[in-house]
Ligand binder design. Structure first.
Ligand code: NAD
Length: 477
């Protein structure tokens, strides 16, 4: 018996969780559950994180968590429980299988069978945001080598374990050459370790367009957090319904499984919700804890129920469906079909353990890092960048002004009048002779800027790593 933590959540959560647990019990899953409270009640009791100490303890003790959707109250500074959980527990991989169940669930893509693997912890979701001037706010996009290595290795290991042939990578590295560029570079490095699996890279815009149009050409797709958030919902939706998809959030020690939809307050308490998303998440959970025999029995009984046209209202279609059922009746139908195999939909056969183990990240030899200058960001209400350049050149510092950009576009030297400028100026100071800059050059420059009344709002050091520029050029430079 393995103990797992469950939370029944809000809205339709308790109904779909009861249905799911009833099926797990009838299928003789070797699990016991410990229930915790998370979500609306906890938020409204004054806890802005939506989860209390005891609930954390249960999840950390049991390490496996089946979570029903919760309602996040609007306004009031309530933090998203999902984001908190993923980051606090280090759940770095979000895995979302999106398969169509044609002809039983209507879809324009009868042959699609895609697994989206989304990086779950970093990227713009680091949530590091600042207002820097009257007109400009920023959100920091953090992409790390350990983060890339873990998620990309996970994608290849997943593909190997589940007999998938190809892993595709989606990035925007034609624009974000350092951040998305790192993700793409690590993808190439790791792909070389898996010669048995095909690997290809797509620029996210055309990749997402093709995925929405011809999803059957994709197999496993791995991508950074924000792209994955958007693309995985689209992929689930075009497979037939977001109501059918489950998702796994996997970390080195803990894992959380859930449906991808929300708490659907509009239909709560009416016994009409489809429990399939949460049930399929539970099937992923059973695979994760090594009970693939039970996982397979449940998945196949569920597929038989769908094939027989026993459908909840969200997927019910005249001519395809045979019986409109409620949440409880759907669960009973699945239970009655335990032990049966689908006739048209694929059966699942796991001959071996379906537990993934990813080697721990090994930090590499430090690179040779040399300081080459600094980007000084300035709040300046003027409009002619030549005036700002004049002022900054007079600072007479060891590192020299070489460039001013506004929103990334070069406006000095030789800027264009047509370029629209805000009050946020990036002023680049660099060494002249290619030698490293001294560590004192930056505080000295900042001291002089302060004395000259230049409103410095932040700085970014410019480094070369093993002789390669660790910073982007200005657009138009
Ligand atoms: P939702 O997914 O709850 O509902 C969208 C629509 O889909 C609704 O019409 C709903 O009735 C329908 N629907 C959803 N799940 C269904 C199911 N299983 N069976 C049948 N129909 C279903 O999205 P929303 O309305 O934007 O959000 C409602 C609440 O859920 C919000 O408070 C939101 O913050 C929360 N939410 C939670 C999670 C989570 O806990 N993982 C995820 C998304 C949204």
């Amino acid at each position: 018996m393995q103990k797992i933590t469950v939370a029944k959540g809000d809205g339709i959560g308790p109904e779909i969780m009861d249905a799911t647990l009833g099926i797990l019990k009838a299928a003789n899953a070797r699990v016991e559950w410990e229930e915790i409270q998370v979500g609306e009640k906890v938020y409204l009791s004054g806890n802005t994180s939506g989860i209390d100490r005891e609930a954390w303890d249960s999840i950390r003790r049991n390490k496996v968590f089946l979570k029903a959707p919760i309602t996040t109250p609007q306004g009031g500074g309530y933090k998203s429980l999902n984001v908190t959980m993923r980051k606090t527990l280090g759940l770095y991989a979000n895995v979302r299988p999106c398969k169509s169940f044609h002809p039983f669930v209507r879809t324009k893509h009868p042959d699609m069978d895609v697994v989206i693997i989304r990086e779950n912890e970093e990227d713009l979701y680091a949530g590091i945001e600042h207002q820097q001037t009257d007109e400009v706010v920023q959100c920091l996009k953090l992409i790390t080598r350990p983060g890339c290595e873990k998620i990309i290795r996970y994608a290849f290991e997943y593909a190997r374990l589940y007999n998938r042939k190809r892993v595709s990578c989606f990035t925007k590295d034609n624009i974000m050459k350092l951040t998305d560029g790192l993700f793409h570079r690590v993808f190439r490095e790791i792909a070389a370790e898996y010669p048995d699996i095909q690997a290809d890279n797509w620029i996210i815009d055309i990749g997402a367009a093709r995925l929405a149009d011809t999803p059957e050409i994709f197999d496993v797709v791995v991508m950074p957090n924000l792209y994955g958030d958007v693309v995985s919902d689209i992929t689930a939706q075009i497979s037939g319904s977001v109501g059918l998809a489950g998702t796994a959030n996997i970390g080195e020690t803990c894992a959380m499984f859930e449906a991808i939809h929300g708490s659907a307050p509009d239909i709560a308490g009416k016994n009409i919700a489809n429990p399939s998303g949460l049930l399929r998440a539970a099937v992923m959970l059973l695979n994760h804890i090594g009970q693939q025999d039970v996982a397979e029995r449940i998945r196949n009984a569920w597929a038989v129920t769908i094939e027989e046209g026993i459908h909840t209202a969200d997927i019910y279609k005249e001519g395809v469906s045979t019986q409109l059922v409620g949440t409880k009746e759907f669960a009973q139908a699945v239970i009655a079909r335990l032990g049966q195999n689908p006739k048209q939909l694929s059966t699942v056969e796991y001959a071996r353990e379906v537990r993934l183990s990813i080697p721990r990240y090994q930090r590499r030899q430090p690179l040779n890092k040399q300081l080459k200058g600094v980007d000084v960001f300035v709040d300046w209400k003027g409009t002619n960048p030549n005036e700002l350049a004049n002022k900054l050149e007079k600072l007479n510092s060891e590192i020299k002004l070489t460039l001013i950009t506004n929103r990334g576009v070069k406006v000095w030297p030789d800027g264009f009048e047509e370029t629209f400028c805000t009050d946020h100026w990036r002023c680049r100071f660099e060494v002249e002779n290619g030698h490293p800059a001294s560590k004192h050059s930056i505080p000295e420059l900042l001291g002089k800027a302060l004395n000259a009344d230049v409103d410095v709002i932040k700085t970014e050091n410019l480094y070369e790593f093993n002789g390669e520029k660790g910073y982007s050029l200005g657009q138009g430079q």
